[in-house]
Design a protein around this ligand. Structure first.
Ligand code: SF4
Length: 367
């Protein structure tokens, strides 16, 4: 319901990861990565399914050894979301993952051996129309670049990416996306900004080793937010030392905050103060849990008193403003009904669910 300033996205080439398009005007895809042992098929499938439920568009799985590669066909059979195999150094693992039917590879062609080996992987990927993400990481830059630049820096990361890109382009392979990850935010941002001007491949954004759920969320929001606000970024992964579903939730919150993608409820709440006429923190915490199942884009405002309440409530689909002894519910910006604290969560959930059902029906009618 709120008017959003629409951010202009950088023009990038489109590639496919399974049935998900990345780049161009495709929705910015949200990714995460499993942290189970890939050889533990049941645990990995269960985690991928939880990520699917959380809304992940793409899931990455490490394939470090032949046993993990052997598990991939069964994992792919039991899951729906496109799967990217994460490969380091071994062209054999890349070939095994491609044979298993993965939808994407994450590997750095300069790190998997001789030209002959790279060619075998690239040929197999091209035959299966599988895209490749080049993933440059400041912590594992090539020795020559560290020597040339003295220490990891944005220029070194960009040069590394360009070297890997050239290897693939020389083999006429262009289904590429690129990431330039570092735990240092200014360095990451500078590297992406520079590369964004030099190539038109889609960019996968991430701040690596960003930290705990709280600290990592802040760091990722700043790093990814700066770039996304510049129009840079076609797919994102928030890295947290937390369950991967949390990464997906944070990813969507970042995109929602910038009006770039909508999934689920956009909850606006006042910070609360002595004027609050109900306990805003308690209500918002419970409401967030009760509305976690909503996938449609519904704006909800929970405001503790009339200072800012009516103004905010007018801008959203469903709102509540604290009053005494009753609170005012809003629907589509209009006053709707008075409720008591004991009933307000149930009534808000009802209204949001009704609103979500309308949005769903409209979407089905349009498709
Ligand atoms: S809206 Fe009212 S309760 Fe909420 S922070 Fe502002 S003054 Fe305090």
């Amino acid at each position: 319901m709120r008017d959003q300033i629409v951010l202009q996205r950088r023009e990038s080439k489109q590639i496919e990861v399974g049935d998900v398009t990345v780049g161009g005007d495709a929705p910015i895809a949200v990714q995460s990565m499993t942290n189970t042992l890939t050889t533990d098929i049941d645990a990995t499938v269960a985690q991928v399914q939880r990520l699917e439920q959380a809304g992940a568009d793409i899931v990455r799985i490490s394939v470090p050894d032949p046993e993990s590669a052997a598990a991939m066909p069964e994992i792919l059979k039991q899951t729906n979301v496109p799967i990217i195999a994460d490969i380091h150094f071994s062209y054999k693992m890349a070939l095994l993952a491609l044979d298993a039917g993965v939808h994407g590879l994450r590997l750095n062609p300069g790190n998997i051996g001789t030209r002959d080996r790279v060619e075998r992987v690239v040929k197999a990927a091209a035959e299966r129309q599988v895209s490749i993400r080049i993933g440059v990481n400041a912590g594992s830059l090539e020795k020559e670049l560290n020597e040339k630049y003295g220490e990891p820096c944005a220029d070194a990361m960009v040069e590394s990416a360009l070297n890997h890109i050239r290897i693939l382009e020389d083999m006429n392979f262009n289904d590429i996306k690129i990431s330039l990850k570092a735990s240092n935010i200014p360095m990451t941002v500078a590297a992406y900004r520079k590369l964004a001007k030099l190539v038109d491949y889609p960019l996968h954004l991430g701040i690596t080793e960003s930290g705990s759920r709280f600290g990592g969320t802040v760091k990722s929001s700043i790093g990814l937010g700066l770039l996304l606000a510049d129009g840079i970024g076609d797919t994102i992964r928030v890295s947290l030392a937390a369950e991967p579903e949390e990464e997906v939730k944070v990813g969507f919150e970042i995109l929602k905050a910038l009006g770039l993608r909508h999934r689920g409820v956009n909850l606006i709440a006042c910070p609360s103060c002595a004027r609050q006429k109900f306990n805003v923190i308690e209500i918002v915490t419970e409401l967030e849990e009760r509305l976690a199942h909503i996938q449609e884009n519904v704006d909800v405002a929970v405001i503790g008193c009339v200072v800012n309440g009516p103004g905010e409530a007018k801008e959203v689909d469903v709102g509540i403003t604290g009053g005494y002894p009753v609170h005012m519910m809003y629907q589509d910006g209009e006053k709707a009904e008075k409720v008591r604290t004991a009933n307000m969560i149930d009534r808000l959930v009802e209204d949001v669910e009704r609103r979500a059902a309308i949005i769903r029906e409209q979407a089905e009618g349009n498709s």
